[in-house]
Ligand binder design. Structure first.
Ligand SMILES: Cc1cc2nc3c(=O)[nH]c(=O)nc-3n(C[C@H](O)[C@H](O)[C@H](O)COP(=O)(O)OP(=O)(O)OC[C@H]3O[C@@H](n4cnc5c(N)ncnc54)[C@H](O)[C@@H]3O)c2cc1C
Length: 439
């Protein structure tokens, strides 16, 4: 198996090939009469934008081999960034045309415009709606599930209408092989969508799990213990996560991501997820009856233990402790003798999730726990406030660059700690971050 960096590079080349090859192919074979530079340029960026949009279905298809070298959050970050570029290109395409050939503005009148222009307008308006909803979902108070469904529908409409516009115009598609290439590409994009929405759910349907226990934890958190039903389950690395479908079938549009909190060494395929009450889905976890059939898609993520020569430094804020719990439980089960330090920020003493078990785990491995409370009791003598640069320097032995760091918690905490580690000259390859907000 190739190392992660080499695999990452291979996938990047494949990605660029899918974007650029169809564009360059248009320049081969028979060519239509040449037009002015800006018209040709606008057409080129329109084609590129469309190819990039189509490939977004692949980026979000959760292909484990593709996402493994980077981790899911980086892929979603890339998805967002590349979407902005693609939408920019698609919108720039008509804008340039309107500037260099103002007579084309008449095509904006969708009542009289030919179908190929109507499709162009539909594609562009869908893209604008998609971007507005993605950027301002929380401000617009759109429920996550509603947004997700609309996001998929708008993306399908935007790409389908874009293709119909392109084929309707057909300016560069004179040769049958060029038409075949673009039609093939379109089928490939549709195939990606069918894979995510039909093939994968069918696979999950045949590999259900049963809830074996629902355990109350400190800090408004519930642990779901899930047992594979009629199959061996999957193996995961500590720190990874899965997509959980609780109510309904795996064909449901929206699954919810949760880190595995159990040891990766469990031999019977059992997995645990520890879930904090936050919104409509997470607040109903305590109602899940034992024996309920659930579906797990996983494992995903690159937030997995490294192989440091000296120690693991785990920095958790609130529910960000769940992947750390999996790491610590796994280290204990594997008899790992390397020191582990857990810097753990919580609201108050009573809401420290896994407090007692963490204390007990000290007997099984070289574990130091530093609790940092933002709302400490009056007689508290430990750390208080937030995990800061000074706090890190106080508790970590030098050389800081030798340790392997894992950070998971609220975004503000993670940003601050990443900046601090960079100031402490910890190389980027030595720290791993898991963000609980893809969107
Ligand atoms: C990789 C990863 C691992 C996670 N691990 C844990 C964990 O171990 N324990 C835990 O308690 N929480 C974890 N979360 C967060 C958890 O997924 C969300 O809190 C949960 O999905 C919120 O659902 P809700 O409907 O109850 O809340 P809502 O109020 O509907 O949503 C709150 C916010 O959570 C995000 N969100 C909601 N639904 C989804 C979804 N289906 N997919 C992605 N994001 C969503 C949105 O940003 C939303 O604004 C993890 C998130 C990620 C990305």
């Amino acid at each position: 198996m190739l190392p992660y960096t080499a695999r990452g590079a291979v996938w990047l080349i494949v990605y660029l090939l899918f974007i650029l090859a169809p564009l360059f192919a248009l320049l081969g074979g028979s060519l239509p009469p040449a037009r002015d530079f800006w018209t040709e340029f606008s057409v080129a960026i329109g084609y590129s934008g469309l190819a990039m949009m189509g490939l977004q279905f692949g980026l979000t298809a959760r292909f484990r081999h593709v996402t493994e070298p980077w981790g899911e959050d980086v892929i979603y970050h890339f998805h967002r960034q590349i979407s902005s570029i693609a939408v920019g290109l698609v919108i720039a395409h008509p804008l340039i045309l309107f500037i260099v050939r103002p007579e084309l503005l008449a095509l904006l009148n969708s009542l009289q415009a030919p179908w190929r222009a109507r499709f162009a307008a539909l594609s562009t308006y869908s893209l604008i709606a998609l971007v507005v909803m993605a950027l301002w979902r929380q401000k617009l108070r759109i429920q996550y599930e509603t947004w997700h469904l609309t996001h998929i529908l708008l993306a399908v409409v935007a790409v389908a209408a874009g293709i119909l516009h392109m084929v309707g115009w057909g300016f560069y598609l004179i040769d049958p092989w060029k038409r075949a290439l673009w039609i093939g590409l379109t089928f490939f994009w549709i195939g990606l969508l069918l894979y995510v929405r039909i093939v994968k759910p069918l696979f999950l349907l045949r590999r259900p799990y049963r809830v074996a226990e629902v355990r109350k934890e400190r800090g408004d958190t519930w642990t779901l213990v899930m047992q594979p039903d009629g199959h061996a389950g999957f193996r995961f690395s500590p720190g990874q996560f899965g997509w959980l479908t609780l109510w309904g079938s795996p064909f449901k549009i929206t699954g919810h991501p949760f880190s595995f909190s159990s040891s990766a060494n469990a031999s019977d395929g059992r997995v645990e997820m520890s879930i904090r009450e936050l919104g409509d889905f997470t607040s109903k976890i305590h109602q899940v009856p034992v024996g309920q059939r659930v579906y797990l898609d996983g494992p995903y993520g690159a937030f997995t233990s490294g192989n440091p020569t000296d120690m693991h430094v785990l920095i958790a804020g609130g529910v960000g402790v769940t992947p750390m719990m999996s790491l610590i439980r796994t280290f204990a089960d594997r008899g790992d003798k390397r020191p582990v330090i857990l810097l753990y920020g919580s609201r108050d003493w009573e809401s420290i999730t896994f407090r007692e078990e963490l204390e007990a785990l000290k007997a099984r491995l070289d574990l130091t726990i530093v609790h940092v409370l933002s709302n400490p009791p009056v007689d508290w003598t430990g750390e208080q406030g937030f995990i800061t640069a000074e706090l890190l320097r106080r508790h970590l032995p030098p050389p800081f660059g030798e340790h392997e760091y894992f950070i998971c918690g609220p975004n503000v905490m993670m940003d601050a700690i990443e900046r601090t580690l960079s100031d402490m000259n910890v190389p980027l390859a030595k720290y791993h971050s898991e963000r609980y907000s893809f969107v």
